[in-house]
Design a protein around this ligand. Structure first.
Ligand SMILES: [Zn+2]
Length: 290
């Protein structure tokens, strides 16, 4: 059975084609939501998806919230006014087949639990750090969606009381301080990639920006760990590509704060599936739902 997954990221649209649970094709193209807004992005998704040929199921991962009918509620990291747009219907019209939507954090954790660094864990917390910060839970081997499918919004943890105003309506959400754009801004760089290159070269401002972001991700994670006590945490996404420069301050903050959690029994590991995880998860989700 061939299942197609597309992950709508803030910077890239990623495609994964699975035959059963085997990845047979992956591709990506820039999202460029700043160029043409939603209409142009719909067109790019449809072009990408149609290139995969005949498939048995289609899943699309979205970087934010949507309702049970597939209408957009909050997609803060895409340019243009998406609120209320009938995303599922537009995609089904364009692709000529049923489409299952999934939150990108849920898609990430489902993929890592099934095929990646989360395999074998009973209770898994997934965090995906890119332009936005998403997350998800797999509990007793099952994706935990929560009421209205809203579980796992890791990026909207409050980490700074009375901090910056977030598009979600809260103040001080993690994503505003530890998302890729925020880290670049704190480092005085034009992109996250430039920040990372400068940090790897030992520049202290860039190192400090990554350390501060890691510390805040760790703070939020410590709150989850004392409450959920999973046996594994998988951290992925473009920001996590920084590797130890980010993971070390995360681990240090967790060790300092999650004092009552059995940290010797909770592994915190890097994701395995790379940038395709969200697309793979969307494909898996479409196949499960069939
Ligand atoms: Zn928020």
């Amino acid at each position: 059975m061939r299942s197609l997954g597309v992950d709508v990221g803030a910077t890239q649209l990623k495609l994964a084609l699975l035959d059963g649970e085997r990845l047979v094709e992956e591709r990506q193209t820039p999202t460029r939501s700043e160029d043409g807004g939603p209409d142009a992005v719909f067109e790019r998704i449809v072009d990408l998806g149609r290139g995969a040929g005949r498939v048995d199921s289609i899943g699309v991962a979205l970087p934010g919230l949507f309702d049970a009918d597939g209408n957009a509620l909050l997609l803060p990291n895409l340019h243009g006014d998406w609120t209320g747009l009938p995303i599922r219907r537009r995609l089904e019209e364009g692709l000529g087949a049923p489409v299952r939507l999934i939150n990108d954090g849920h898609a990430f954790v489902l993929a890592e639990a099934t095929l990646g660094a989360g395999r074998g864990a009973d209770d898994l917390v997934g965090i995906v750090c890119g332009t936005g910060i998403g997350g998800g839970l797999v509990l007793r081997g099952r994706l935990h969606l929560g009421a209205a499918d809203r579980a796992g919004e890791f990026g909207h943890h409050t980490v700074v009381a009375d901090g910056l105003r977030c598009p979600c309506g809260n103040r001080g959400c993690l994503e505003l301080y530890a998302g890729a754009r925020a880290i670049a801004r704190a480092a005085g760089a034009t992109s996250f990639e430039e920040t990372l290159a400068r940090a790897r070269g030992g520049e202290s401002i860039a190192c400090g920006a990554l350390e501060r972001a890691g510390g805040l991700i760790g703070l939020a994670l410590a709150n989850v760990l004392v409450f959920v006590c999973p046996d594994r945490v998988v951290i992925g996404g473009g920001v996590a590509e920084a590797g130890p420069i980010l993971l070390e301050p995360i681990r240090a903050a967790v060790a300092a704060r999650a004092r009552v959690a059995p940290l010797d029994r909770i592994d915190i590991v890097a994701a395995d599936l790379g940038p395709s995880a969200g697309a793979v998860g969307a494909a898996l989700w479409s196949a499960v739902a069939r």
